[in-house]
Design a protein around this ligand. Structure first.
Ligand code: SF4
Length: 394
């Protein structure tokens, strides 16, 4: 009928290696990450994105018309690109309501990590130790000729599995003949000591195997994690992961009911950004007697008094009634001091008119008075019960 518009079809379900890893860690964590809940910005992630993007900028430079013998330009251009990307990331970070403090003093580390990335690229040319001010235009052009793709999307032909690869390079022998392809993933986190962690290994093999599935006549493909902090390269090896990835794709299809929770020391005890919406870390800690016992603890509290000028407060600790995460006040009170971003986050929450339980992540409990600083989450406590359907399109 004229004028009638077909509604856009919903985006088909896709699985990336990071979503797969999240699902393997804790299905509830994966499920919560897809519910359009407020995302948390992080300094390490922003630094990593800026470093990645600046290295890609260097590789994508148009060097036509430049003198092949010119040197001294990599440190200058590298810093200029990094500064641009740093400011971009900072703007995104500061516009994210759920964020810690921006650490400008990490700039030096970002520069160091970018230099580490350049060392890793030079290593691919057999020139690892070349001082960066001595890199010529000719040498960088050679690197560009070996670069098949920079920051490319990989997707299986059915669109179900996807990933973003940082670098696809040609491997050559000493005579310059192609011997294969190398998928290199730049990593700005801590390097492994003995071998790649299982999840990183699986991520890299997924890139490799999607690439091979899409390019049946490809030469041999190897894949490495490139760690800019230590300028070390770690090979990922092992069998094809696509069958397992398709099983994970099936298991991760969107559901309105929350997926199963897997509370434990390696899941809730590690990093999970979704605790304000998950009752299970809380009941798990309560049942094993570790609630509020660590120097940095998560807590659900009621705010009894708050002095905006000094940031001091009186909190009442809560305990879970049951698996729904309903908060029961315990009568146990503690004084607390909110400062920096922790203070701002509390005041932003109070401005919304919030009353009732508050989730505080990583509160410092070691002193007599609790300390809630820039590293803490301060959010309304809104656990999503296991048996209630949740419509994430709202
Ligand atoms: S808090 Fe624990 S159980 Fe809940 S989603 Fe996070 S890791 Fe999973």
């Amino acid at each position: 009928m004229e004028g009638e518009e077909t509604p856009p079809s919903p985006r088909p379900h896709q699985l990336s290696p990071s979503a797969w890893n999240r699902y393997e860690t804790c299905p509830r964590m994966y499920w919560l990450s897809r519910q359009k809940l407020p995302r948390k910005a992080g300094m390490a992630a922003s630094l990593g994105t800026a470093v990645h993007a600046s290295i890609e900028d260097l590789l994508n430079m148009d060097l036509s018309g430049r003198d092949d013998a010119e040197t001294g330009w990599v440190p200058l251009e590298g810093e200029r690109f990094l500064k641009e990307r740093w400011e971009e990331e900072k703007a995104v970070f500061m516009a994210t309501p759920r964020r810690p403090a921006w650490k400008e003093d990490k700039w030096g580390e970002a520069k160091k990590q970018q230099r580490g990335g350049v060392v890793l690229l030079l290593d691919h040319l057999g020139a690892r130790d070349l001082p960066h001010e001595n890199i010529t235009i000719a040498l960088w052009k050679r690197l560009q000729r070996l670069t098949i793709a920079v920051e490319g999307e990989l997707k299986t032909s059915d669109g179900r599995l996807m990933g973003r690869l940082d670098l696809l390079l040609t491997d050559v022998d000493s005579k310059g003949n192609t011997t294969g392809w190398l998928v290199a993933d730049l990593k700005t986190g801590n390097a492994p000591k003995k071998e790649l962690k299982t999840d990183v290994n699986r991520q890299l093999r997924m890139y490799r195997d999607i690439l091979l599935a899409n390019n049946p006549s490809a030469p041999p493909v190897r894949t490495e994690g490139w760690y800019t902090k230590t300028t070390s390269k770690w090979e990922a090896s092992g069998p094809n992961v696509l069958e397992d990835a398709y099983d994970a794709w099936e298991a991760t299809q969107p559901t309105t009911l929350p997926m199963s929770a897997q509370p434990g020391p390696d899941t809730c005890g590690g990093f999970c950004d979704w605790k304000a919406w998950c009752p299970h870390w809380w009941t798990w800690r309560q049942s094993n007697g570790t609630l509020h016992k660590d120097d940095f603890s998560d807590a659900v509290v009621l705010l009894h008094r708050y002095d905006e000028t000094s940031g001091t407060a009186v909190l009442e600790l809560c305990e879970p009634l049951d698996e729904t995460g309903r908060a029961i006040p315990t009568g146990q009170q503690t004084t607390a001091s909110f400062d920096g971003r922790g203070k701002e986050a509390l005041e932003e929450l109070l401005m919304t008119g919030h009353q009732g339980p508050i989730f505080i992540g990583s509160v410092m409990t070691a002193r007599r008075s609790w300390r809630i600083g820039h590293w803490c989450d301060v959010l309304a406590w809104q656990p999503l019960p296991d048996d209630e359907a949740y419509d994430s399109s709202n």
